[in-house]
Design a protein around this ligand. Structure first.
Ligand code: ADP
Length: 210
């Protein structure tokens, strides 16, 4: 099962991807997570990505497409994968189609998590993450047991200034992909403003019928 999770920053892609990984035993491929890992490890890739990410801009396509191609060719993607945060531009989507064609694969569904703009900023600025488990929390809606725990951190780009840029990037560069995949008959829209469990239920209904 080859899936793209699509939606604005903070729409809940990462949260749902982690649940689907458990459910189907296929990997989550999050370009954002891959960049953050590269930054933590101080690699060349991390150095290239950091300034774009911190400002809330997209990392250039030439950098991004290469890492996805490499990741998709790994053995654990043979039975499926969940793309989270990729593609984010039409060019990325076109390149993805070429990569998958070479590997004799295709995208089965593009799961669109729909959340209104007003909700996004509140979600992102309140987001906290566990370093150890990668689990995603929200200071109000889903607080970690101990907010001051050393393990809990806030992403460098989860601040109000970067969020404004991230939303603008989404509108200008990423949102047009909705029609791209709709024309291919691959999109399914899920209400992303429900409880986490209800969203999962809606997604599973779709995926289990594939
Ligand atoms: P969110 O979806 O909440 O914005 P991500 O972790 O997916 O979080 O992305 C964080 C940042 O990583 C983006 O703002 C961007 O700078 C970079 N990034 C992630 N995926 C891509 C991509 N496919 N193309 C370009 N930049 C990306």
């Amino acid at each position: 099962m080859n899936i793209i999770l699509f939606g604005a920053p903070g729409a809940g892609k990462g949260t749902q991807a982690k649940i689907l990984v458990e459910k189907y035993g296929i990997p989550q491929i999050s370009t954002g997570d891959m960049f953050r890992e590269a930054i933590t490890n101080g690699t060349e890739l991390g150095k290239k990505a950091k300034s774009f990410m911190d400002a809330g801009n997209l990392v250039p396509d030439d950098v991004t497409i290469g890492i996805v191609e490499e990741r998709l060719s790994k053995k654990d993607c043979e039975n499926g994968f969940i793309l989270d945060g990729f593609p984010r531009t039409i060019h990325q989507a076109e390149e993805l189609a070429k990569i998958l064609e070479k590997q004799n694969k295709d995208i089965d569904k593009v799961v669109v998590l729909e959340v209104r703009d007003g909700e996004i900023v509140e979600r992102i600025t309140g987001r906290r993450i566990s370093k150890k488990t990668g689990k995603i929390y929200h200071i109000k809606h889903n607080p970690p047991v101990d907010e001051n725990e050393e393990d809990i951190y806030q992403r460098d780009d989860d601040n109000e200034t970067a969020v404004v840029t991230r939303l603008a990037e989404y509108k200008n560069q990423t949102a047009p992909l909705f029609d791209y995949y709709k024309d291919l008959g691959k999109t399914v829209i899920i209400n992303g403003e429900q409880e986490v469990g209800k969203i999962t239920e809606d997604i599973l209904k779709i995926l289990n019928s594939l």
